[in-house]
Ligand binder design. Sequence first.
Ligand SMILES: Cc1ncc(COP(=O)(O)O)c(C=O)c1O
Length: 388
Amino acid sequence: MTNYWPRFSRENFESSVPPIDYLEWYIPRLQEARTHNLSFSGMQYNWDIKGMLGDKLADISKPYMADIEDPRIIISQREGVHPDNVLITHGATQGINIALLTAIAKIRDRIDGNIVVAAESPTYAPIPQTALILADEVIRINKTPPESGIGHWRVDRDEWQLAMKKSHIAMITPISNPSGWDLHPEDRDWIIQQAKQNDVILVADEAYNDAYRHIADYRAIHTFGDNCISINSLTKVYGMGPIRFGWLVADKETIAIGKNIFMTFSGVMASPTMRIAAEALKNLAKVDQAIDYYREENLPKLRTVLEKHGIVWNEPTAGVFGCFELPNNLSSETFADHHCKANDLLVVPGSMFSEKMTSWVRVAWSIEPEPFKLAIHALDKSLQSALN
Ligand SMILES: Cc1ncc(COP(=O)(O)O)c(C=O)c1O
């Protein structure tokens, strides 16, 4: 049997690089183009690129330097920082690479021995696996579901403290994929305190954060000062993955190093990406509204079906996806590949994120209410056949 979860060691891949296994599961299923799709962790928003760019569309492949509004300025205003605190990247995933390279460059000459990175689980595989490529050792740190079934996923402070003491860098995802839950503010503040005490550089993949901006206690990791790097992109919350536009926010010294790394590896940002992003960044409020609308319209239907089947539903306070556990340790890969497939529905098994989540299913309400209604009907039938 193939395992699809993220790797935290190079075992069996010495002198090589481990694959991103979950894509081997997910891409062929996306290619099946199942009629109903609850698998998207990001908003499916139909941007009107033609309408937004107008005549500027004809310039899409021309150098952009002088004739677009600098997206760093819009992002810096949004984040309450100076533009020199912002570095644009090709998506959050390249942001992870650049942030980690930057963190390593900052410490490499003073570390005698291995560079150690603590990385959160469950997670998006490129987070620990970038560290497997670039650092010497990766320590896994776990977030676990609440005992009551409802509320924030939490960190085990003894486990995390031990890891932070041994690590030079820690990689976290404040809004977690697949739970959709944000870090408990007490855990967040405690992690920051541990990072500062142990001289650990914090790298936070905040690809889902924008959906939480309006929530009380929301705070991006970069706001905690030096050596706290935030990564974000237009992919998830704003439905613009295909243009590959992301950014880092951190203290100016860190960003200056990241900029040298970006230029060494990538030169300049792609012109179509910058031109589209420069316009899209002025229109993000439209997508924020669409998220509110999808939550309002879609979530009640999801709640009803899960309740009908006696499934505990730990609904995240914001965003467009969450996950639930199937009863009786049922395999969610079997659920997706047999019961859901029979109803032409795609969902994501928790085994894409951790070996501890083989009975979990990630579902999203990131699509229009009409197709969502049909997809929920397919989910109902799939649960009916799996649980009876
Ligand atoms: C936590 C997390 N970060 C980043 C990404 C991808 O972001 P991008 O498309 O901007 O590289 C994903 C996609 O699943 C993700 O789950």
